[in-house]
Design a protein around this ligand. Structure first.
Ligand SMILES: Cc1ncc(COP(=O)(O)O)c(C=O)c1O
Length: 370
């Protein structure tokens, strides 16, 4: 039986009757730019994330770009982040004219190593961007302690609804940072039917600035205090996301159940290291990512069994050709480089059946027996 990496059609089939009327409501209103569907979603996501403000925008990439701009980060500034992430995390730093400064990851969590941050801080450091990779929050409180007084933009593109116990209290993804950025790319736990993003913050002044930056930098139409962008969350996307939001907690719980199943079943297999599961750091498992010996061979073998997998990410950002000008070399971030060679993400989406999960586990076991 084929097991795709992700099956968005299965999810859509289950909720089609809830989505279509919401889409038609927008279509019939012929009101496609911002408006009540966007405002409602912003309120609901702010509530879920325990933040005072949420500002919808065109993508997770734009959420990062707007957050950097809201902190006046530009030419001559440095922003610290980890290289084991999706390209947008560092691409946006470059695109505002600033310099990405890469520090290595913690091998257990795949997230930025707080211990590596202090050594990278200079008088030009204007922000740190920890990434909540694969759906598990970075050690935000340790990042803050390592970079006192420096704003934190939490790249929560993969982690909406994840939570981490900080000082004995559960804090949501995006809640404890200066700003948190979300992506509604279709493959995310809360995915739109196209691109979308959002910025979370507790800071009123930043929220006001972000709302202005997303509409060409003008608080009043045709009057521009600064040069901004056209980066609004599409109203049709907000309608889809609003209809999907009540399902998010259940979907993420199913992903966690699937992750527990895999971790139990794969535990005894030599050659596989299952992801770190921390009861005080609840992942939403946007990805379930193992480390695997002979990773490329395993991936090819699973493909022959029609089991979809992916390598997130095969080349860390400090070694990307476009960042050669920064002067990093192989060996600059050894844990990121090792992760890029070892990781393999397995199907984890909520609609997977037990039979499908078992099929994946059996195929991995067979591979290492050969
Ligand atoms: C960690 C991370 N940052 C940023 C982004 C960018 O989001 P988007 O694709 O919505 O622009 C993504 C999306 O894949 C991501 O995974």
């Amino acid at each position: 039986m084929p097991v795709p990496l992700l099956d968005l059609r299965a999810q859509h089939a289950a909720i089609r009757d809830e989505i279509v009327p919401e889409l038609m409501r927008v279509v019939d209103s012929q009101f496609f730019i911002l408006g009540s569907a966007v405002e409602r979603l912003e309120q609901q996501v702010a509530e879920l994330s325990q933040t005072k403000y949420a500002i919808g925008c065109a993508s997770g990439t734009d959420a990062l770009l707007l957050a950097l701009r809201a902190l006046d980060i530009g030419r001559g500034d440095e922003v610290i982040t980890a290289p084991f992430t999706f390209f947008a995390t560092a691409g946006t730093i470059h695109n505002v004219g600033a310099t990405p400064v890469f520090v290595d990851i913690d091998p257990a969590s795949f997230n930025i190593s707080p211990g590596a941050i202090a050594g990278a801080i200079t008088p030009r450091t204007k922000a740190v961007i920890p990434v909540d990779l694969f759906g598990q929050m970075a050690a935000i409180e340790e990042v803050a302690a390592a970079a006192p007084g420096i704003p934190i933009i939490e790249d929560a593109a993969q982690s909406i609804g994840a939570r981490r116990k900080i000082g004995g209290k559960w804090r949501m993804a995006g809640e404890a940072a200066t700003m948190g950025t979300l992506s509604f790319f279709p493959s995310k736990n809360l995915g739109g039917y196209g691109d979308g993003g959002m910025i979370l913050t507790q800071d009123q002044a930043l929220a006001t600035r972000l709302r202005r930056l997303r509409v060409h930098g003008g608080a009043k139409q045709y009057f521009h205090d600064e040069v901004g962008y056209n980066s609004r969350l599409d109203t049709l996307q907000a309608a889809v996301l609003g209809a999907k939001l009540p399902h998010l907690a259940g979907w993420s719980a199913r992903r966690r159940e699937n992750a527990c199943y895999y971790s139990d079943a794969l535990a005894g297999i030599d050659g596989v290291q299952t992801p770190w599961i921390d009861p005080h750091n609840e992942s939403i498992f946007n990805q379930y990512t193992i480390r695997a010996e002979r990773r490329d061979e395993l991936q090819a073998y699973l493909k022959t069994k029609e089991i979809g997998t992916a390598i997130y990410y095969p080349l860390p950002l400090h070694l990307q050709p476009c960042f050669a000008y920064l002067g990093y070399r192989e060996g600059s971030c050894p844990e990121s480089e090792r992760a890029a060679k070892e990781v393999l993400s397995l199907p984890i989406y909520p609609e997977l059946t037990r039979d499908q999960l078992a099929e994946v586990v059996d195929a991995v076991r067979e591979f290492y027996k050969r």
